[in-house]
Design a binder for this molecule. Structure first.
Ligand code: NAP
Length: 307
């Protein structure tokens, strides 16, 4: 199978931690260039912008965007207008309408658009979905609590408008919940805690529903000590616990299972399949839930936050 020549855009934390290693190990892709205002990858041809990268390396067939969501729409448009396949880090865009527009434009252009949700690729998510498929769901508790200073040091964009605040990690939980629960999720109410000197929430509580089940989500960016990326589901057959971001599962009467983290290799294998089959994958359910939470939310101003 011919390898696909790809360019990587936005050389920051996730590009370095996950995308570069996943591409280096991939049988499907050759990473031949990057575009980033400051970031560079050793040994890879680096450019300051997408336009400069595509002009210098016209053989690039696909582009993967790892920039923050605010501003990504214009970058995505540059790629689609140039007729290249496009992969988007989560969340796919700053707004739902931007992502919907990108899907339509990609379809018209006849190129692949892959809006990724890396947490759905965590090792035990498929097992959770399969086990829940035949159960009655009674209640769901989502606890997604992490230390912003540890995981996102100095990333001021996250708490700015369009940065999603605590929904930046929280949307990962929503991407898993929308994958594993048999019935669609809807938002009932939400409370957003916004630091006095910032625009986006640093904590959030969201009440949702899935079928007849109440779904409670508790997102917190100020968690020190033990971090939690956990989803508990009460069912007619007992309690399912999906923990550690979806990489561990505990089912009633079975020994706990922990898989290996292959999220990004799986995403790039899927991108290759989509490109080769001429398909796209754009599921906007997680970002729609975030938008709905913002629509109905009660906002509270809380203590100013500095990194
Ligand atoms: P980051 O460390 O801030 O890196 C993003 C890079 O994008 C920056 O280094 C910057 O490189 C470039 N950029 C372009 N426009 C920018 C702007 N207006 N403001 C700031 N940077 C800009 O962020 P990240 O943690 O890698 O996150 C990027 C995306 O990946 C987000 O959508 C995030 O949700 C997602 N993600 C992050 C993680 C994680 O653990 N960090 C995990 C999974 C997914 P230049 O200055 O060189 O242009």
């Amino acid at each position: 199978m011919e390898r696909i020549r790809i360019g990587l855009v936005g050389i920051g934390k996730i590009a370095r931690d996950q995308h570069v290693p996943a591409l280096a190990a991939s049988d499907d892709f050759d990473l031949i260039a990057t575009a980033s205002r400051h970031g560079r990858v050793d040994g890879i041809d680096g450019h300051d912008s997408i336009e400069a990268m595509l002009a210098a390396r016209p053989e690039i067939e696909a582009v993967s965007l790892c920039t923050p969501p605010e501003g990504r729409f214009d970058q995505a448009m540059s790629v689609l207008r140039a007729g290249r396949h496009l992969m988007l880090e989560k969340p796919p865009s700053a707004t739902v309408s931007e992502a919907q527009a990108l899907a339509k434009i990609a379809e018209k252009a006849g190129v692949t658009l892959f809006a990724t949700w890396h947490s759905r690729e965590a090792a035990e998510v498929d097992a959770a979905r399969d086990w829940l498929a035949t159960r009655r769901i009674d209640a769901v508790r989502i606890r997604w609590k992490e230390d912003i200073r540890h995981w996102h040091p100095g990333q001021d964009w996250i708490l700015a408008a369009g940065g999603f605040g605590v929904f930046d990690p929280g949307i990962n939980a929503l991407s898993i919940a929308t994958r594993i629960l048999p019935e669609p999720l809807t938002v009932l109410s939400a409370t957003l805690s916004v630091p006095a000197n910032r625009t986006s929430p640093i904590a959030a509580r969201i009440a949702m529903r899935s079928g007849d089940a109440a779904v409670d989500a508790d997102f917190d960016f100020l968690q020190t000590g033990e971090q939690s990326w956990d989803i508990e589901v009460d069912t007619d057959a007992g309690l399912l616990r999906l923990t550690h971001g979806g990489s561990r599962i505990a089912l009633p009467g079975e020994p706990a299972a922990a898989g290996t983290n292959e999220e990004y290799p799986r995403l790039y294998r899927r991108l290759a399949d989509l490109i080769r089959s001429g398909g796209s994958d754009v599921d906007l359910d997680p970002i729609q839930l975030v938008a709905d939470a913002f629509l109905v939310a009660e906002r509270r101003s809380v203590e100013a936050f500095d990194f």
